[in-house]
Design a binder for this molecule. Structure first.
Ligand code: CO
Length: 146
């Protein structure tokens, strides 16, 4: 595995609309994208951009995640963490299938097959018990983007 850019930090929230107010008014976020549903994964998602250092373009994002009706895993997370909380971290790779094979070769539990994630590219998750307690998302980015 070759560690890539931190693409985003996933934060579960009981209310994306209230979280947007928080990131705008408390944290001073100026680029908050429109929320959208990701029905395949049972979530509503909203990306908040953080600026890059010294005006660089490569800041990262906070991914706000609110469960849609019928979602079990995020709803269970919010039952344990009613105010919401950090849910996962996401790193970029250039070849999602190679990354999956590498994790599996190291005995890490990849949760399901690569599927389209919130950025419209292929993603998978690795079990937190194999990742120092951190639910880890791996996301493919087009090679020419970096
Ligand atoms: Co994510």
């Amino acid at each position: 595995m070759k560690l890539g850019r931190l693409n985003h930090i996933g934060v579960a929230t009981p209310s994306i609309s209230e979280s947007i107010v928080f990131y705008r008014d408390v944290m001073g976020a100026t680029k908050i994208h429109d929320p959208f549903d990701l029905p395949d994964q049972g979530v509503k998602v909203c990306f908040v951009d953080t600026p890059g250092g010294d005006g660089a373009l490569n800041g990262t994002q906070i991914e706000l995640i609110e469960p849609l009706p019928g979602n079990a895993s995020i709803a269970a997370f919010l039952e344990k963490n009613p105010a919401g909380g950090q849910h996962h971290v996401c790193y970029e790779v250039h070849d999602i299938h190679a990354a999956k094979a590498e994790f599996e070769a190291m005995g890490k539990r990849v949760l399901g097959e690569p599927r389209i994630g919130a950025h419209g590219t292929l993603i998978f998750f690795v079990h937190p018990k194999d990742m120092q307690g951190v639910l880890t998302e791996i996301m493919e980015v087009p090679s020419q983007a970096h």
